[in-house]
Write a protein that binds this ligand. Structure first.
Ligand code: GDP
Length: 614
């Protein structure tokens, strides 16, 4: 008996010693926060870090790996916070929310309303169709049926809700197209029956496929006299969307958004497709979703439309949305009614954010405003670092590099020309080029070809799809130029067709030579001339603007005219050889191969850089 008791006691002791507590940690956190989470003193944490070769102070941020080592030495088994873990995964175009839901325990999943987005070529009727569905099917008994335009709404069919993302009229929508497809469970691809499959139809199709979202085709404008549904069906089949009445898998619903016919069938088809893919979420799970649109309202502050995709969002929750954050002050449904909480697939507009988040940004709920601030600060730092790494604009040449590195399989172009007559030969010769180069698997992919000036929309499309914009006899609108600068998109303008095609050909062959670019870095005035037996004439100067560098070039300006340009052979400050001399300081400059410098000359220093031809 006593033997037994003793044994049990020993086991208990061992167990207690070996107790390892689980702890969930974010991707990075401060030493102080780690200490708080482990209920330990920060000094203790710093000591353990030091013992592991990491010198950190209490406010310093350490990454998960370092924190996990400390935690394990202090009796914890650390695991990465689920959202952080999912965010860190590299999974191409499968969005975070989908992975989040896949990560949930199956027994916690409940059905939710399917989220639908409408994509298609311009003028094929996306906006008209969204309006028609809204008028016909929005649950209208609440709030007198007056809906707010918040970028998303819910329609009802057979007593089931369907959430529509309602943003195609939005200028930023082109850029969002791929994200739109990512946010949705079903994509409605609108194709006008009188116009057929067009470049943006194909592009939308590509986005939907990449995001693995099923497609229902709305064959719109069926009321038109010149509608040719059979021809369009053939085009769809050619693009991998074989219509169901041709024994394929794609439901093609003839509709007229204008006359409001076929809408019920379309909603029916959406639910049918939705039922095949099991649309679920955990209403009690980690709260995560996507920003649909956002703006700053002069009186209400930042107003953002959000789509909750997992969990339930409540007023008072603290959110992180990309690099924006805030505590939810108020929440409204799409009728404009104030609500307290919103579950999966619910579109809402919210107040209380500090900054305007970007449409398409994922959002999540965090524990405190402090956490939110530190996540945002860290993301901003990361963005800054990445930006300085990649300021090189997307050029034909960098496209080619990416191409060779296997990052893109095609040279993507957006082509704009003044008239159809010039557009056609350009497009056909570019397309031929892709054909001749096919052996090397090099191809030109014209994402969009159209007439008119290069617009902001073209740039947005280029940014979303990593394309180069080429214009023939057109200009880029002011807003397009700004957007191109911001997004790092190259615009190439031509007025001779063969130059355009030649450049594309060169890019395809990786032959584009880098260009030399000159940047003026400073100016110096020659105040006196000295003679040196070894160096010859030395110009005693004062730097009046910028700086002069030893390895820079110099242009000698006399009475405003350039009389010589060449390299510097010596740069001195107080008899010392120096690398650079800044504005306000004096220096001695000696030029290589030039000995006729005079008092009063201006020396303009410049550097020459090789940049990828743009
Ligand atoms: P979006 O650019 O795809 O959003 O296209 P819109 O919804 O703005 O529609 C473009 C044009 O097509 C407008 O003039 C619409 O009135 C017209 N339209 C849209 N749907 C139909 C339709 O079913 N039948 C006809 N005849 N015209 C339509």
């Amino acid at each position: 008996m006593s033997e037994e008791t003793k044994d049990i006691k020993t086991e208990e002791v061992i167990e207690e010693e070996a107790v390892i507590k689980d702890i969930k940690l974010p991707g990075s956190l401060s030493v102080r926060d780690l200490a708080t989470l482990m209920e330990a003193s920060p000094i203790e944490v710093i000591k353990v870090l030091m013992a592991n070769g990491v010198m950190a102070n209490i406010n310093q941020t350490i990454d998960f790996d370092a924190a996990a080592v400390v935690a394990s030495e202090m009796g914890y088994e650390a695991s990465l916070d689920t959202v952080d873990q999912l965010e860190a995964e590299d999974v191409g175009e499968i969005p975070l929310w989908k992975r989040m839901i896949a990560n949930e325990d199956e027994k916690d999943l409940k059905p939710r309303a399917p989220v639908v987005t409408i994509l298609g070529h311009v003028d094929h009727g996306k906006t008209t169709l969204l309006d028609a569905i809204r008028q016909a099917s929005v649950v209208s008994e609440e709030a007198g049926g007056i809906t707010q335009h918040i970028g998303a709404y819910q329609a009802k069919h057979n007593d089931r809700l369907i959430t529509f993302l309602d943003t195609p009229g939005h200028a930023a929508f082109t850029a969002m197209r791929s994200r739109g497809a990512q946010g949705a469970d079903v994509v409605i691809l609108v194709v006008a029956a009188d116009d057929g499959v067009m470049p943006q139809t194909k592009e939308a199709l590509a986005h939907a496929k990449a995001a693995q979202v099923p497609i229902v085709v709305a064959l719109n404008k069926i009321d038109k006299e010149n509608a040719n549904p059979e021809l369009v069906k053939k085009q769809l089949a050619d693009n991998g969307l074989v219509p169901d009445d041709w024994d394929g898998d794609t439901i093609v619903v003839p509709v007229s958004a204008k006359q409001k016919t076929g809408l019920e069938d379309l909603l029916e088809a959406i639910l049918l497709v939705a039922d095949n893919v099991e649309i679920m979420a955990n209403p009690d799970g980690i709260v995560i979703g996507t920003v649909i649109e956002a703006e700053r309202d002069p009186s209400r502050g930042v107003v953002a439309t959000l789509l909750v995709q997992n969990g339930t969002l409540n007023v008072g929750d603290v959110l992180v949305l990309g690099t924006s954050h805030g505590k939810l002050r108020a929440m409204f449904d799409f009728y404009g009614n104030a609500i307290e909480s919103a579950g999966p697939s619910t579109p809402i507009s919210v107040l209380g954010l500090k900054e305007v988040p970007a449409a398409g940004d994922p959002f999540r709920v965090v524990d405190s405003e402090k956490d939110a601030r530190s996540i945002v600060a860290e993301r901003k730092d990361k963005q800054k670092a990445e930006k300085s790494k990649s300021i090189k604009p997307l050029t034909l040449e960098s496209m080619f590099d990416a191409f060779q590195a296997g990052e893109v399989r095609e040279l993507r172009l957006i082509v704009k020309a003044d008239v159809q007559g010039s557009l056609e030969p350009i497009v056909s010769s570019l397309e031929e080029m892709s054909a001749t180069d096919k052996e090397g698997q090099i191809g030109v992919h014209i994402l969009q070809a159209g007439t008119g000036n290069i617009s902001e929309n073209d740039i947005a499309l280029a940014a979303a799809s990593k394309a180069v914009v080429m214009g023939f006899n057109v200009e880029a609108d002011g807003s397009a130029q700004k957007a191109a600068e911001r997004e790092g998109i190259a615009i190439r303008l031509y007025n001779i067709i063969y130059r355009l095609t030649e450049d594309v050909e060169k890019a395809l062959k990786g032959m584009l030579q880098p260009e030399e670019r000159e940047t003026i870095i400073g100016k110096a005035e020659v105040r006196a001339i000295f003679k040196s037996t070894r160096l010859g004439k030395i110009a005693g100067c004062k730097v009046v603007e910028g700086e002069v560098r030893r390895n820079a070039f110099v242009r000698v300006l006399r009475n405003g005219k350039e009389i010589y340009s060449g390299a510097i052979s010596s740069l001195k400050h107080d008899k010392d050889d120096v690398k650079d001399v800044r504005e306000g300081f004096e220096c001695g400059i000696n030029l290589k191969d030039y000995d006729d410098i005079q008092e009063g000359d201006i020396l303009e220093a410049f550097i020459v850089e090789l940049v990828a031809a743009a």
